[in-house]
Write a protein that binds this ligand. Sequence first.
Ligand code: SAM
Length: 152
Amino acid sequence: MRWLSKQYDQVIGTDISSHVIDKAHELCQEIDNATFYVNEADSLPAEVLPSSIDMVYVFTVFQHIPREYTLGLLRKIQEVLSDNGVVVFNLVSCINENKNDGIAETEWAIGYSESQAQDLLAKAGLQLQKMTKWSGPESSASWLWLAASKKV
Ligand SMILES: C[S@@+](CC[C@H](N)C(=O)[O-])C[C@H]1O[C@@H](n2cnc3c(N)ncnc32)[C@H](O)[C@@H]1O
């Protein structure tokens, strides 16, 4: 938020957890162009208006939530993106690509293959701009990083 607030006129932070948002608010008190909201599991706050957002950044969220919620959020993101807007997000890959649940309180992960990721974008009405796969040496899991825009 701090970095983004220097690049853009207004920045909005959202999370499903009110505790997280309270803490973010507290840590960002000196940022005068930031607003924070709590969002529902598969949608964005109503205050985030259609076609109003130039850049959406979602970092390490979608591996934690059922596939239908990820799709719901990406559809909402598609609605709020401006015509030249871009969404950047990451997905866990190469593990749990057939799972849609896990054990509570653990770092369980719902994974996406590259073709599942492309399918997700298509269903959300988003156009892939760039996809990069990153693998660390310590695990068989990888991260897919995606940049996408509104389908024209
Ligand atoms: C691994 S943390 C990443 C937090 C933050 N993006 C960061 O980089 O520090 C995952 C976050 O996703 C949030 N989260 C889980 N489900 C969500 C949902 N459906 N919508 C929005 N946030 C969600 C959690 O509350 C948690 O703060």
